[in-house]
Design a protein around this ligand. Structure first.
Ligand code: ACO
Length: 326
């Protein structure tokens, strides 16, 4: 058995803004109801960032908590990747702002833009640095203020999203190259730009000169989600040399409970192995996986040595999955 370097997750942390917005709160603003939203999505409430909070503020809080759990100081961090679709500014990257606010020394800092799949994409990039010996203490963050991209007159989208941030610390660890190793074991990343019109934001610096609002063809997105995600999960598991049946915890992007249930059913994963936070957080895009991950660790369900499967699908369309052992 040969010795290989693996990228181990050594700390997980999360941050949610204080304000809770329930479905009933939304029903006071737009023509909707708790029953409609809950039946179709499983969402009960979401968090909304305060007007003076930017995405980097949420990201910094999540990163601080993940570093604390990992027993690392900001001065030891040598790579920051922020997965976000709601950056503070068009540039610099939110990761550069996070670096300044955390007091991290000069190192590579950049954002990954793959919308809801951003965290999965960012983990694969971090693995590239850590497993090749280019980083000894990477911080990977998913952070979003999705409520700022909403068209609050479009009840078909504005009820679905929320704000938050989650982060992991990734460090090198030696392994055997087998599926029994700790660390990131395999991933699958996909994008089909032909399906851009199903989910996008209708603004940008070089088109409208505005930030824009999120637009979605919900039914079409739903139709692709279960098939695409299942395909990526099987590909990631195969590359990781693990079986889907051996997964301890399935940590999906929290878009919609019906998508979570559909994917789990298709893959034969029992409901008891699925971490679901969609009821409390709604869809926080790139933040939803690390938020759910942190929740599972904090409440004691997810434990060291367990096999985890992270998956997502989002605008692009992008989708993907990561298999890792904690
Ligand atoms: N409250 C009440 N009624 C509503 C609301 C609302 N918030 N939104 C839409 N409706 C109405 C529509 O106007 C329509 O009324 P009509 O029949 O009189 O015209 C009716 O409900 C049905 O609308 P649809 O859009 O067809 O509703 P559907 O059953 O498809 O549910 C939903 C919409 C929940 C968005 C669903 O398509 C879905 O879950 N899609 C998945 C998309 C998703 O989760 N995207 C997240 C981003 S992508 C990702 O992260 C994977």
């Amino acid at each position: 058995m040969s010795s290989v370097v693996r990228s181990a997750v050594t700390g997980v942390g999360a941050y949610l803004p204080e304000e809770v917005v329930t479905n009933d709160d939304l029903a006071k603003m737009i023509d909707t109801s708790d029953a409609w939203i809950f039946e179709r999505t499983g969402i009960r409430q979401r968090r909304r960032a305060a007007p003076d909070q930017a995405t980097s503020d949420l990201a910094v809080e999540a990163a601080k908590r993940a570093l604390e759990v990992a027993g690392r100081r900001p001065q030891e961090v040598d790579l920051i990747i922020v997965a976000t679709t709601t950056s503070d500014l068009t540039f610099p990257a939110t990761a550069a702002i996070v670096q300044r606010k955390l007091g991290v020394p000069v190192c590579p800092c950049f954002d990954v833009q793959a919308v809801c799949s951003g965290f999965v994409y960012a983990m694969s990039v971090a693995d590239g640095f850590v497993a090749r010996g280019l980083s000894r203490c990477a911080v990977v963050i998913g952070a979003e203020i999705m409520t700022r991209l909403m068209d609050w007159t479009d009840r078909g989208t504005c009820v679905l999203f929320g704000d938050g941030a989650g982060a992991v610390v990734v460090e090198p660890i030696s392994g055997t190259g087998e599926g029994t190793d700790r660390g990131i074991l395999g991933f699958a990343l996909r994008c089909d730009g032909e399906k851009q019109d199903l989910l996008y934001v209708d603004g940008g610096p070089t088109t409208t000169g505005t930030v824009g609002h999120l637009r979605m063809m919900g039914r079409e997105v739903f139709r692709h989600a279960v098939v695409n995600i299942s395909e990526a999960v099987l590909m990631a598991a195969d590359r990781a040399s693990v079986k889907v049946a051996d997964i301890d915890w399935f940590i999906p992007h929290q878009a919609n409970q019906r998508i979570l249930d559909g994917v789990a059913k298709r893959l034969g994963i029992p409901e008891s192995k699925v971490i679901s936070t969609v009821a409390m957080h709604a869809n926080t895009s790139a933040a939803s996986i690390p938020l759910a991950f942190a929740q599972g660790v904090e409440d004691g369900r997810i434990r060291p040595g367990q096999l985890l499967l992270l998956e997502a699908m989002g605008g692009g369309l992008t989708w993907g999955a990561v298999a890792l052992r904690l």
